[in-house]
Design a protein around this ligand. Sequence first.
Ligand code: XMP
Ligand code: MG
Length: 203
Amino acid sequence: MPLLLPALLYYPCWTELKIETIISVRMSAQAKPRILFSQVKIEATVRRLAAEIMRDYQDKHPLFIGVLKGSFVFMADLIRFLDFPLEVDFIRLSSYGGGSQTSGKVKVVQGLRSKVKGRDVLIIEDIVDTGLTTAFLLDYLQQKNPASLKLCSLTDKPSRRKVPVAIDYLGFTVPNKFVVGYGLDYDEKFRNLPDICVMEGEG
Ligand code: XMP
Ligand code: MG
């Protein structure tokens, strides 16, 4: 049970909990955030991503779709380094396993207001972990016939990948540790940390 509790807290709904998540997210109650990427390093990286995105999108009036909640800090900083017309919208997804199934499924919890058809769409993610959420979203948006669809992710945890996901604009590659801060949370905490941190004490 001590190992189960943090996983239950991480996923808001017990019935939506993936069995594999119970096993893979192990954290002691004493787990503390330790800086992995400082705010200085983050700003340099966000500026670098903004320059790459500017080069590709400055004449396209793109639609940026932020994946809630984790991407909101990153997206807010990123767009302020962009000096061309763009629009933003947000989508909220949740992953769950049906009954005792261990394979993750994803559903849209909060949908888009914007029309995607014919738009140049850039997804803004906080992290690509197993890839299941992002793969779902790419497929979901592709079915709405955008003019183009690309992915920008603040972080990538390739060691946990279950489905292939191509990241067009990537900030940081992170180790197989639970990361928090700069929008990323553990049990809804630590989103307000200015640095990207790993939870020390994670088992
Ligand atoms: P995947 O790629 O596994 O990711 O479908 C699903 C969602 O889980 C969250 N996630 C994390 N959140 N630190 C976090 O704060 C992490 O290390 C982490 N790994 C996964 C995230 O919301 C992602 O979109
Ligand atoms: Mg996310």
